[in-house]
Design a protein around this ligand. Structure first.
Ligand code: ZN
Length: 132
């Protein structure tokens, strides 16, 4: 079984903390111990794990990504969103997280971020849970 979360993003580039949504899904299906693979089935979005205590960290990450990969740079792709495709590949479209006794095993300051690079849009996140 593959589970799915649906989210709406609000900006052209944005990091959305989805940790509580993933944790709720794990609790709702009473999953206890194993591995959760989180996969983003989009070519202009990504998933990452980073600090969720100080929200300025995600703003700094976006600022630097937007600096390193500018929105306009004589790209050939006619859709006009090459920067988003490049960011998606750099950040990556999946993460694996250990689940122990029904809880995500994350560091104290870690959260799971859905990374929007070509929003705002409706987006899907796929989750596969494998028991130990
Ligand atoms: Zn495109």
């Amino acid at each position: 079984m593959i589970y799915e979360l649906q989210i709406g993003t609000n900006a052209k580039t944005e990091l959305l903390d989805i940790t509580s949504k993933v944790q709720k899904l794990i609790q709702d299906i009473n999953f206890q111990n194993g591995i959760c693979t989180i996969f983003v089935p989009h070519t202009t979005a990504a998933i990452t794990i980073n600090e969720n205590a100080d929200s300025t960290v995600k703003e700094d990450m976006l600022m630097e990504l937007n600096k390193v990969i500018p929105f306009n740079d004589n790209y050939q792709h006619l859709e006009g969103n090459s920067a988003a495709h490049i960011k998606s590949t750099l950040v990556g479209c999946s993460q694996q997280i250990i689940i122990k006794e029904g809880n995500l095993v994350l560091g104290t300051w870690q959260g799971i971020y859905f990374c929007e690079f070509d929003g705002p849009r409706k987006r899907k996140i796929k989750l596969k849970l494998i028991s130990e």
